[in-house]
Design a protein around this ligand. Structure first.
Ligand SMILES: Nc1ncnc2c1ncn2[C@@H]1O[C@H](COP(=O)(O)OP(=O)(O)OP(=O)(O)O)[C@@H](O)[C@H]1O
Ligand SMILES: [Mg+2]
Length: 235
């Protein structure tokens, strides 16, 4: 039986602007099943990041509801939404924000320090995550010694080390060349297949879209089209 990991109903998001308000998302109704490899696509300003931020409990809806793993985002306290993020959701951003003074190992381990696990258990999990992205030999390097593609791989390892059910990837290839973009997409697709992690992207990159199974087109904050597609690129 299929299981819904995200259910969005009649969602509206308005931001206060000056004296008035700006409607960034309106009348969004969407649901996602476990194991999807889907993307929110659309032009700049269409509301992709706003929607991902709400799903990731970094923000909440103005109206309507967004339920993630059975939890209604707007009902969560600060502590509960932090808990949801720390335990169950991995984030990958366009700018991967690795901490420069720490090694690759420590950057990935950081995601686990919020969970109370032994140093031995953390080491095993970090090395496994670095193997997933092919960077186990770079564990002791500082981020400044990495290429852009390698930096984004560390960010993927950091998001995956908790083995989250859901990974939200906001324009993860925006700063990468074509070769690195394909490589990280293949890595994410492999993790989707092997660990059954649900991936939700925001993108306007055709290279990313070619890997996705479902494209949700946003236009001016509304769902213009929701289509299931056969991925053109595979691994
Ligand atoms: N905190 C905010 N306050 C006011 N307006 C905002 C805020 N955040 C986003 N917006 C507006 O909401 C709209 C949607 O923004 P959003 O960042 O979600 O777009 P996007 O689709 O991710 O664009 P891009 O492809 O450029 O990343 C934009 O017009 C933006 O200016
Ligand atoms: Mg955005």
């Amino acid at each position: 039986m299929s299981e819904k990991i995200i259910v969005i109903e009649n969602l509206v998001k308005r931001f206060p602007v000056g004296e008035g308000e700006f409607t960034a998302l309106s009348d969004i109704n969407l649901s996602f099943e476990k194991g999807e490899f889907s993307g929110i696509v659309g032009p700049s300003g269409s509301g992709k990041t706003t929607l991902l931020n709400i799903i990731g409990s970094l923000d909440s809806p103005t109206e309507g509801s967004c339920t993630v793993m059975g939890k209604r985002i707007s009902d969560l306290s600060h502590k509960q939404s932090a808990q949801l993020r720390n335990m169950h959701i991995g984030f990958i951003f366009q700018v991967y924000n690795l901490l420069p003074v720490y090694t690759v190992f420590e950057n990935v381990e950081f995601a686990l320090l919020l969970q109370k696990r032994s140093a031995t258990a953390r080491k095993k999990a970090v090395m496994e995550a670095l193997e997933w992205v092919g960077l186990e030999k770079m564990a002791d390097k500082k981020p400044s010694k990495l290429s852009g593609g390698e930096g984004q791989r560390v960010a993927i390892a950091r998001a995956m080390v908790k083995r989250p059910e859901l990974v939200l990837a906001d324009e993860p290839t925006a700063n990468l060349d074509a070769k690195n973009a394909h490589a990280i997409l293949q890595t994410m697709k492999k993790l989707n297949e092997e660990l059954k992690t649900t991936f939700l992207f925001s993108t306007h990159d055709e290279k990313v879209m070619a890997y996705l199974n479902r494209l949700i087109h946003l236009e001016d904050g509304k769902v213009a089209q929701d289509e299931w597609v056969t991925a053109k690129s595979t691994r």
